[in-house]
Design a protein around this ligand. Structure first.
Ligand SMILES: C=C(O[C@@H]1C=C(C(=O)O)C=C[C@H]1O)C(=O)O
Length: 286
């Protein structure tokens, strides 16, 4: 290992959306023994950076994990999942649904999981075949030329609060209606080479994330207050929002995500089957 390698910080990607807050709220890199640098970004940008090795570990779109499962390991029991409605994965319809099915849909540049979930819903569940264009997440501009627009994260939340008059479909709700399953939108992944190279640091980061998740679940009030302060909305909105999300990744979430990967492969959205592979502290210590 060169000197530069030995001193280089671990680069850790944090999605700059409220949905990951419970896992990051009490996570403070300054309290770690290892030199860890947080890199904030939209999911699609962090997906790219983890793929390129510019960051070592990150919250990423679950779809991006699926594309790169040979090179990544999952940090166990961490995810952004929901059974049903999420409130931040929204398709805004300017035209009636029948027209959207053969019309044009504008997709946010920030997403990977939800754009592919929408393609699954459109094709497999609703029998549609719309044209897709990818654009910056600006609802009014998207709908100038498209019949519908997909937004995720805080872009979707802010747009949903406006008096827009559009019909809105929640992708978490659609997935549940058609499959009865959980859906997992984001996971925490580490590059296999980073897991081998920095086993103690990854273990330390992992324990700190699990600890943050536990503290957030025990008392969501600080997160709710911070969301009100930074983004707006009411305490009851944020209570409902955080309450509808699950940051665990147990058997039910794994089953739902595996079904999503199966459909994505069936429709040619990814070319390989995905086997979920977990990082483990015990194996990293050997
Ligand atoms: C719940 C959400 O999950 C997300 C959806 C993602 C995607 O579609 O690729 C990626 C990360 C999460 O931000 C959300 O964005 O609101």
């Amino acid at each position: 290992m060169t000197k530069a390698d030995a001193t280089r910080p671990i680069r850790f990607g944090r999605i700059d959306y409220t949905n990951v807050w419970p896992v990051f709220h009490y996570f403070d890199p300054a309290k770690l023994r290892s030199n860890t640098e947080l890199v904030y970004g939209m999911p699609a940008e962090l997906n790219r950076q983890l793929r390129a090795g510019e960051i070592d570990i990150s919250a990423v779109s679950s779809f991006a994990y699926g594309l790169n499962a040979d090179d990544y390991l999952l940090l166990p029991d961490l995810s952004v999942s929901a059974l049903g409605e999420v409130q931040s994965l929204l398709l805004f319809l300017k035209s009636p649904l029948e027209k959207v099915l053969s019309g044009k849909i504008a997709l946010t540049t920030t997403s990977a999981t939800t754009v592919n979930l929408l393609k699954i819903v459109m094709k497999k569940f609703l029998g549609g075949d719309p044209e897709y264009v990818t654009t910056e997440p600006d609802l009014e501009r998207m709908l100038e030329t498209a019949d519908a627009a997909l937004l995720i994260g805080d872009h979707a939340i802010r747009a949903s609060w406006r008096d827009h008059g559009y019909r809105v479909l929640d992708l978490g709700d659609l997935w549940r209606q058609w499959t009865g399953q959980w859906m997992t939108f984001a996971v925490w992944a580490v590059r296999r080479e980073a897991a081998e190279r920095y086993p103690e640091a990854i273990g330390e980061i992992y324990r700190a994330l699990v600890d943050s998740k536990r503290q957030s679940a025990a008392d969501p009030v600080p997160l709710i207050q911070e969301a009100e302060r930074r983004i707006g909305g009411t305490a009851s909105y944020w209570r409902g929002y955080f309450g509808g999300l699950c940051h665990d990744f147990g058997a039910e979430q794994r089953e739902g995500l595996s079904l999503y990967f199966q459909y994505a492969k069936e429709l040619g959205l990814m070319d390989k089957s995905v086997r979920l592979a977990d990082w483990s502290e015990a194996s990293a210590r050997v």
